[in-house]
Design a protein around this ligand. Sequence first.
Ligand code: 9MR
Length: 577
Amino acid sequence: YEPDTGPRVRVNQVGYLPGGPKHATVVTDAAEALPWQLRSAAGTVVAEGNTTPRGADPASGQPVQTIDFSAYRTPGTGYTLVVDGEASHPFDISGTLYDRLRADSLQFFYAQRSGIPIDGDLIGAGFARPAGHLGVAPNQGDTDVPCQPGVCDYSLDVRGGWYDAGDHGKYVVNGGVATYQLLNAFERTRTAETAAGGAALGDSTLRVPERGNQVPDILDEARWELEFLLRMQVPAGQPLAGMVHHKIHDRNWTGLPLAPQDDPQPRELHPPSTAATLNLAAVAAQCARLFAPYDAAFAARCGAAAKTAYAAAKAHPAVYAPATDSTGGGAYDDTNVTDEFYWAAAELWLTTGGSPYLADLTASPLHTADVFAPGGAFGWQSVAALGRLDLATVPNGLPAAERTRIRASVTAAADRYLATLRDQAYGLPLPGAADAYVWGSNSNVVNNAIVLATAFDLSRDAKYRDGAVQSADYLLGRNALNMSYVTGWGEQHARNQHSRIFAHQLNPDLPNPPAGSLAGGPNAALQDPYAANLLAGCAPMFCYVDDINSYATNEVAINWNSALAWLASFLADQGDA
Ligand code: 9MR
């Protein structure tokens, strides 16, 4: 299988910021440097230079050369880069490139909402649908959901929240990370260094039903999930009270396409887990501090739930979600919750300033450890970096020396991601080995970029901002497949992501995913049959196909779009850079 990857000059198909880094990659067998030309839309050569030979690129298996045209700064549309007579896809140079990506990437969450009709007047007629999983036949959830047999003898109203991904499951650990990233994208705009972006995430900035309610829309969107997460907590008086059920989903896997309101499967609560409980503790603590100015009662409810959950997790510190529990929904298994404890203690300390949380935080072996893994800084299974980033950025009462040490750990990690990025001929902060190209690899690219972006916020050192900006180039087309992984963005973009809802590929009456939806990305482990059959033997960066059948390379997911939303907001804030 040889995909048509188009022109051999690979660029960010959306464009480049006028004062930002401008890099491209050329696929060529030539051993020597080649001349390149930057052409305006009218065909005039506006800049030229020579490529830099890079040899064989391990991630793509391709012989490549790179181009640096950062010195050219004139805004315009329809530029192309030309090498050997072959022109790249066209792109812009503009300081407003990413303004709309901030809202587009957040729009995905409204489209994923469960338990509410989706309003076509808000996001387009093709996306309109009745509410899913409100106990209306054929749905069997989510207003009165029993546990799996033998797990508990009560049922819970767990309506609402976001569907996790291409399935109709709702998983607390992944919901937690996604909610964190939305809340954190907002919290970032509260600090002095980054206040400029605040208005862009304010009220009436998104197409959500709550616009106009005087609450920033990104908080409204996060609240839709927070309310669901709160409902997943085991009620007082029951065994394991205060713990949180790991997940709720169908008893059996369903086929595609399937609109949420048409899902006939029984829905079941799966057992509580320590990881889910600590996820709720962490994001409910964030909720308590961020909602305080807007809705004191809700903030108080979050704060109380965070404390109850944290105490329950300490009383039951090793209740693990097993890898085997993957019938009808994903497992989201985790048998190491040291990181979840660290993250929850950090968030509770930041919100309450309570000394027991500080004591737990400083006693954690992770408090002084390097928590930023080379492949991915964080993810649903490893959340220590979330605590670390917040300790570095959210105002708190740690001693100055501690604060300095924590901030230095973020910039040290960013230095390593920068070194990785410079080592990659496609300029992404992901190592070139196959084991870095995992399920959802695009989210690891983005999350590592977020560490770079945070290092810039902390230090104002432009090299970190440039690293974060360059990471976006990879996502938007500067890659082996010459493909933008963000729907609706770039000349050649992913649009057939695995989704029961946005299944246009299977039924032309259904929409593709909304603009701003991020595909999971290359997965060298080829963990679905479609990819395994089609892509056997692929070099890591080629292990992707824009086909709805490939759930392990081409799904949409809330934790991937939350990462994109955070980065998009950062990028939009940079203006001309
Ligand atoms: O994103 C998850 C990835 O890290 C795991 O390797 C994979 C297999 O366990 O599951 C992914 O999450 C999926 C979840 O299990 C079910 N909903 C869709 C998620 C995205 O593919």
